[in-house]
Design a protein around this ligand. Structure first.
Ligand code: F6R
Length: 241
C-alpha cells in the first residue's frame, strides 16, 4: 500500500483531483469507479474547476458508481444518482451514456447486479477506482461481516452506517436499510485504487485497514492484497496509523 499523508481536507481534495486528472490526461477513455458521500465532494469541486480551466476533458470518460440505496428512485434528492448529477456530472462534459449507476428501484435485483458486472467487463474493467471509507471500514457498502460477497449485490446496511448516513436525511427513519453495491471482488479487479479518508472519526478504521490483519470484519483491509493501492489521507485520519 502506498500511503500518502497530506495536511488537511483541502490538500486531500487537490491531490485526489490531480490523480484523476493525470489518469484522464493519459488515457482519454479512462474508466473510473466513483464514490459518493462527504469525502469526495472537495475532489469533485476541484475537478470541476480543472474542467472550467480547460485542463481536463471528460468527453470520453466512462464512470461506474460504487453503490446506490435500494428503494430510492434516481430522482430522490438523497439517491446517489441525484447526488452525482447534482454535485458533479452536470458541471462537466461527460456524456450521459457513459455514466453508469445501479438502479435502486429495479424490479429484478439479480438481473440488475449482473447487468452492472457485464457492462464493467464490456467497458474493459475499471482503470481507476476512487473509494471513501466508513467508520466501520466498509468500502462501497461492503459492511463488516463473517463472509463477503464478491460481486455486485444487495446488502443490508449496518446500524452504524444507517446512523452515519442519517446526517444527509431529515430523519433517521428515512434512511434506506438496504443498498446495491459493487462487491469486494468487483472493486479489487480495478487496475488502480485510491482510497480517500479525512477526519479523526476515520482514524481507527484507517489504522485497522493499514496495520491490521486482513479480515472481512474490516472490509477495507482486503485492499492490502491489491498491488496498486494508494491511501490518501489527511493528518487527522492518519493519526492512528
Ligand atoms: C459511498 C460509499 C461509502 C462512503 C463511506 C464514507 O458511495 O461507497 O463507502 O465512501 O461511507 O462516506 P463519507 O465520505 O460520507 O464519510
Amino acid at each position: 500500500m502506498n500511503i500518502v499523508i497530506v495536511k488537511d481536507y483541502y490538500e486531500l481534495s487537490i491531490q485526489a483531483a490531480q490523480i484523476v486528472a493525470a489518469q484522464i490526461n493519459k488515457i482519454k477513455k479512462s474508466v473510473l469507479g466513483l464514490p459518493t458521500g462527504q469525502t469526495p465532494l472537495g475532489m469533485y469541486n476541484e475537478l470541476i474547476k480543472k474542467y472550467e480551466k480547460d485542463e481536463i476533458d471528460f468527453s470520453q470518460v466512462i464512470t461506474f458508481n460504487l453503490d446506490e440505496y435500494y428503494g430510492l428512485s434516481p430522482l430522490h434528492p438523497q439517491s446517489y444518482h441525484y447526488f452525482m448529477w447534482n454535485t458533479f456530472f452536470q458541471h462537466i462534459n461527460i456524456k450521459k451514456e457513459n455514466v453508469n449507476m445501479l438502479n435502486g428501484i429495479t424490479e429484478n435485483i439479480d438481473e440488475e447486479c449482473q447487468r452492472y458486472e457485464n457492462i464493467i467487463q464490456i467497458r474493459g474493467g475499471i482503470d481507476l477506482q476512487l473509494l471513501g471509507i466508513g467508520e466501520n471500514a466498509h468500502i462501497g457498502f461492503n459492511e463488516p461481516a463473517n463472509v463477503l460477497k464478491s460481486r455486485t449485490h444487495l446488502v443490508n446496511l449496518s446500524n452504524s452506517t444507517v446512523k452515519a448516513n442519517s446526517r444527509f436525511f431529515n430523519d433517521i427513519k428515512e434512511v434506506p436499510r438496504q443498498a446495491l453495491t459493487m462487491g469486494m471482488g468487483t472493486i479489487m479487479k480495478a487496475k488502480k485504487i485510491v482510497l480517500l479518508a479525512s477526519g479523526k472519526n476515520k482514524a481507527p478504521a484507517l489504522a485497522k485497514t493499514v496495520n491490521g490483519l486482513v479480515s472481512t470484519r474490516v472490509p477495507a483491509s482486503l485492499l492490502q492484497l491489491h498491488k496498486e493501492v494508494t491511501i490518501l489521507v489527511d493528518e487527522d485520519a492518519a493519526s492512528r496509523i
